[in-house]
Design a protein around this ligand. Structure first.
Ligand SMILES: [Zn+2]
Length: 821
C-alpha cells in the first residue's frame, strides 16, 4: 500500500484516493479496506474497494468513506490496508497525512512550560539544559528557544552508508528570549562505528532561518553556569570529565562527558559539538522560526562516558549496508542536528529516500517513529542510478531526543491491525535466519496483549501506533524507541519486550527532566518485569481475578522485593539520583529503583499507586516530570495524609533515590524504610501512624451561642459566646505541651474534616468566616522538653452573619512532626 489521501478537514464523508504497489512478479488483485484508527476504538472499516495490480506495477484506487456518527472526541487517523498475501493476517498499510479531529480533538502535550524569566536585552541562547554542576552530559540541550516540530529529510545510500545531497532537517522553534544566536547539538565525527569504516564526517552545507541564510560555527560546550559566559577563553572551562570537579588540577565542573572512564580522558578538551547559528537579525522573543540545516556525510555513533556506543549502527545486511539506530542517552546528535535533551520533545515527520529498484521490487526499507503515511517510487537519478523509494512517516506525538527512530536498510516489515484500533509495525533485518524470523514474529505478535496487560497499571496507551524493529548488530542494549522498540542481535525476548513496552508510558510519554533521573523510568520498566513474572505465578495459581491467583501475584512481587532487600551481595553504594556517566546504567537505575516502586506500592496500596501512576501520565504526558512533581502526586494519593506520614514518605524517597550506602547490607547499610508486608522495617507504626516522624492528636475547640445569649465561659479552647448582629473577633487558646527528642520539629494544627474544612460548624450550619490560627504554630531546630505553646484561634463574627442556636465546633488535628527523628 503506497498512499491514501486525507479527508477534507471537518468532513464526515468523501472519496479518498490512493495507490497500491505490487512488488512481486505476479499480477494481484488487492482488496483495500479503509479503517478509522484510534486506540480504544475498534478500527471500524469505513470503506472498501479492490483493484488489480500488474506484476511490478502500481494501480490507483478511489474509495468512498463515511465516518461513523458515534465517534467520541479525540484524534483519529485513516488507514488503508491490503493483505501481504501470506495468509497469516499480515498487512501493508498506508495512512492519511492529516489526522481526523473529532469534536476538536485533544492536545498531544500539556501547554508548554513557561520559560524562565527572559533577559530584556537580546543575547545568545545557552549551551546546556542540564543543571549547573551536573556531571551527566552537560554538553547537551540548548536554551533560548523551544523545539516544536522537526521534519527530517534523508537521502541515504545504504550500501555506502552515506547521507547524500538533498539531506536536511527543518527544525520549527519558538524563541523564548530575544536571540542574537542559538545553538544545536551536532557531532560530526564518525571515527567509531560498529564496523569501523570511518569518514567522511558529517558536513554542514548551508543553514537558513525562514529561508534567509544564517552564519554558523562549531564551538566547544562550556560547563553550565559558568559565570564567564559561553566563550570563556580558559580551556579549563571546556573540559571533559565523569566527575565534578573535572580533576585534581581543574576545579571546574565538566563541560562534557568524556569518551570513557580512563584517567587520561578526564580533563581532555571537549569536542566542538555546539552548532552555533547566528541569524541575519536578532529573533524577537515569542517568534516561531524554522531552521533548515543541509548536510551530507556518514552518520556514526557517539561514545559515552562509560565507553559504550550508541547512535547509527551498521545493520550489516550485507556487510556494511544500512543503518540500525538506537541512541540512548545522547546518540541522536551523531546523525542529525537537534536540541539534544530529554525535556525537548518536538513532533516529527520523516522522509527517507533510499535505494529501491521498482523493476524487481527490491530495495531498502525505512522505519521511523509513528505511522507510515506511505511511499513514493522515484526514477533513477545521479544519487540512485538504480532508482529510489521515499518512505514517509509521521509521529503526531512529541518525541524526546533519545527516542527518535530511523533505521534504514534491508528490513522486512509487515503490519498488524489490532482490535483495539492500533496499527503494530513488525520489522526485522532480512539477514536473520528464517527460523529465527518466525520465532521473532510469534513474539512480536504479542505486542497487543502485552499492551493490554500493562494498561490497568498505567492508563490508556499514549500513542496512536506501536511497533518493533529487530536489527542484526550486537549492540549492547534493546531500547524503548518511541512506538518502534529496537532489539539488537537478531532476536527479541518476551521479558525485555515487557520492559521496553512499559517505557512507552515511562520515559517516552512522560520523560525524565534530567539524565540524573533516568532511574525514574527504568524503575517503572523494571517493575513491569516484576508484573510479568507475577502474572505467570497468578496463572499457575488459578488466574488473575481469582483469590488464589491474585494472592500469588502479590506474593511474587513480595518475593522480588525481598530477594533484593535481603541479599547480602546487593549493592546500595550508588544513589539512583546521583550516578556518573560511567554507572548511569548500573543496577541502582534498574533493580534498586524497581524495588523502590514495589515498596511504594505496598505503602500506598496498589489501587492508590496505580491511580497516582495514571495521574502522572495524564498530567505530564507529552512532557517531562521533576522529582518534586512526581512525589507530590504520590502524596496526593497516600492513604494516610498526616504530616508525619508525608514526612516519612519524603524520607523514604531520600533513602531509596538519593542516598549511597557503603558497607555491608547485612549490617543495615541500605534503605531502612520499606513497606507493609515486605522485608525490612516496613512503614506504618503499630497504630497505623508514622511514628517517629509525627504524632497526631486531636483537640476540639468550639464556641456556643446560648439560647438566652447568656454568657458562659467554658473550658480552655472555648470562645466567648458569639453574639449575633455584633461585629467582633473572638479568641480562644489551647495550650500544648511539647516534648521532642528529634533534630527538628514542627507543631501544626489542621482541620482535616470533610465538612466545611476550616470553618466551625453547628450540625449543618457553618460560620460564614473561617477559623483563624490554623497552620504552623511553632518550629524547633533541636530537641525540647515541656515547652508550653499557646495555639490561639480567632473567629471573626460579622454584623450580618447568621448564627444558629447551639454549639459551633470543629475537631482539629494537632501534629508534631519531624524530618529528622
Ligand atoms: Zn529500560
Amino acid at each position: 500500500m503506497s498512499s491514501l489521501s486525507s479527508l477534507k478537514a471537518g468532513a464526515t464523508a468523501g472519496t479518498l484516493k490512493g495507490t497500491v504497489v505490487n512488488d512481486t512478479g505476479a499480477a494481484k488483485s488487492a482488496d483495500v479496506a479503509v479503517r478509522i484508527f484510534r486506540r480504544g476504538t475498534n478500527a471500524a472499516v469505513i470503506g472498501r474497494t479492490s483493484v488489480k495490480v500488474a506484476a511490478h506495477g502500481k494501480a490507483d484506487y478511489s474509495v468512498k468513506v463515511a465516518l461513523p456518527s458515534t465517534l467520541a472526541k479525540g484524534n483519529y487517523y485513516l488507514g488503508a490496508c491490503t493483505s501481504y498475501g501470506k495468509g497469516d493476517g499480515s498487512l501493508g498499510c498506508a495512512t492519511a497525512q492529516d489526522e481526523v479531529l473529532i469534536k476538536g480533538g485533544t492536545p498531544v502535550r500539556p501547554a508548554l512550560a513557561r520559560a524562565a524569566q527572559a533577559p530584556a536585552e537580546c543575547s545568545a541562547g545557552g549551551y546546556s539544559l542540564q543543571p549547573a554542576g551536573s556531571r551527566l552530559y552537560p554538553e547537551t540541550g540548548n536554551t533560548g528557544y523551544q523545539s516544536l516540530h522537526t521534519d527530517i529529510n534523508l537521502v541515504y545510500d545504504a550500501p555506502s552508508n552515506l547521507f547524500l545531497n538533498g539531506t536536511y532537517v527543518d527544525l520549527q522553534q519558538k524563541a523564548t528570549q530575544c536571540l542574537t544566536s542559538f545553538s544545536l547539538d551536532f557531532e560530526r565525527t564518525n571515527g567509531v562505528t560498529s564496523t569501523t569504516v570511518p569518514g567522511p564526517n558529517l558536513t554542514v552545507q548551508e543553514i537558513t532561518i525562514n529561508g534567509v541564510p544564517a552564519t554558523y560555527t562549531f564551538k566547544q560546550p562550556t560547563y553550565p553556569g559558568n559565570p564567564k559566559g559561553l566563550d570563556d577563553p580558559d580551556p579549563a572551562a571546556h573540559a571533559a570529565s565523569n566527575s565534578n570537579p573535572v580533576s585534581a588540577t581543574n576545579p571546574n565542573p565538566p563541560a562534557c562527558a568524556p569518551t570513557g572512564t580512563s584517567a587520561a580522558l578526564q580533563g581532555a578538551q571537549c569536542p566542538a559539538t555546539k552548532l552555533v547559528i547566528t541569524p541575519s537579525a536578532p529573533i524577537p522573543a515569542g517568534t516561531d522560526f524554522t531552521v533548515k540545516v543541509k548536510y551530507v556525510g556518514r552518520p556514526g555513533v557517539h561514545v559515552d562516558g562509560d565507553g559504550a556506543t550508541e547512535g547509527w549502527f551498521r545493520n550489516n545486511t550485507p556487510v556494511g549496508d544500512g543503518g540500525f539506530m538506537t541512541t540512548e542517552p545522547v546518540g541522536s546528535m551523531a546523525w542529525m542536528p537537534l536540541n539534544n535533551h530529554p525535556t525537548v520533545k518536538p513532533t516529527y515527520e520523516f522522509w527517507s529516500t533510499t535505494n529501491w529498484d521498482s523493476a524487481t521490487g527490491t530495495g531498502r526499507t525505512a522505519i521511523s517513529n509513528g505511522r507510515l503515511i506511505g511511499f513514493t517510487d522515484n526514477a533513477a537519478d545521479t544519487n540512485f542510478p538504480g532508482g529510489s523509494r521515499t518512505w514517509h512517516w509521521k509521529s503526531p506525538e512529541p518525541i524526546a531526543n533519545y527516542l527518535v527512530e530511523n533505521s534504514i536498510g534491508n528490513y522486512e516489515m509487515t503490519e498488524q491491525v489490532s482490535p483495539s484500533g492500533t496499527v503494530y509495525y513488525m520489522a526485522q533485518a532480512t539477514g536473520i535466519t528464517a527460523a529465527r524470523k518466525e520465532t521473532n514474529l510469534g513474539i512480536m505478535r504479542q505486542h497487543e496483549s502485552i499492551t493490554n496487560f500493562q494498561i490497568p497499571f498505567n492508563g490508556p496507551f499514549p500513542f496512536s501506533t506501536n511497533g518493533v524493529v529487530i536489527g542484526l548488530p550486537s549492540v549492547s542494549f534493546a531500547e524503548e524507541m518511541q512506538t518502534k522498540i529496537t532489539f539488537p542481535g537478531g532476536s527479541i525476548s518476551l521479558g525485555t519486550f515487557h520492559h521496553e513496552n512499559m517505557h512507552q508510558w515511562w520515559g517516552d510519554n512522560v520523560s525524565e527532566d534530567v539524565y540524573e533521573r533516568t532511574f525514574f523510568k527504568e524503575g517503572y520498566a523494571d517493575l513491569s518485569e516484576g508484573y510479568n513474572t507475577a502474572r505467570t505465578a497468578a496463572t499457575t495459581a488459578g488466574g488473575l481475578g481469582t483469590p488464589a491467583g491474585d494472592a500469588a501475584f502479590e506474593a511474587s512481587l513480595v518475593t522480588r522485593f525481598n530477594n533484593t532487600y535481603n541479599s547480602t551481595t546487593a549493592s546500595w553504594s550508588v544513589a539512583p539520583s546521583k550516578p556518573t556517566n560511567a554507572n548511569l546504567f548500573g543496577s541502582q537505575t534498574y533493580t534498586r529503583s524497581g524495588r523502590a516502586y514495589i515498596a511504594l506500592r505496598a505503602i500506598m496500596g496498589k489501587a492508590n499507586f496505580d491511580n497516582a501512576s495514571k495521574e502522572i501520565q495524564t498530567t505530564f504526558g507529552g512532557s517531562s516530570i521533576t522529582a518534586k512533581q512526581q512525589i507530590d502526586i504520590y502524596k496526593k494519593w497516600m492513604p494516610i495524609k498526616t504530616q508525619g506520614c508525608l514526612n516519612k514518605l519524603d524520607v523514604f524517597f531520600t533513602q531509596w533515590w538519593d542516598t549511597a550506602y557503603t558497607g555491608s547490607p547485612a549490617a543495615g547499610n541500605k534503605p531502612q524504610i520499606t513497606g507493609p508486608g515486605l522485608a525490612g522495617p516496613g512503614f506504618y507504626d503499630a497504630n497505623g501512624g508514622c511514628l517517629p516522624y509525627g504524632t497526631d492528636t486531636t483537640s476540639t475547640p468550639g464556641g456556643t451561642v446560648a439560647a438566652t445569649l447568656s454568657l458562659t465561659l467554658g473550658a480552655p479552647g472555648t470562645f466567648a459566646p458569639f453574639i449575633p448582629g455584633v461585629a467582633k473577633t473572638y479568641t480562644a487558646t489551647t495550650e500544648a505541651t511539647v516534648i521532642s527528642t528529634a533534630g527538628d520539629a514542627t507543631l501544626t494544627v489542621a482541620d482535616n474534616s470533610t465538612t466545611a474544612p476550616g470553618y466551625l460548624v453547628n450540625n449543618t450550619f457553618a460560620l460564614p468566616k473561617p477559623l483563624g490560627g490554623l497552620g504552623v504554630i511553632k518550629t524547633y531546630t533541636g530537641p525540647v522538653s515541656n515547652d508550653k505553646v499557646n495555639a490561639t484561634f480567632t473567629q471573626e463574627i460579622g454584623s450580618t452573619d447568621a448564627l444558629r442556636t447551639g454549639t459551633y465546633s470543629k475537631t482539629l488535628t494537632f501534629t508534631l512532626s519531624t524530618t529528622n527523628p
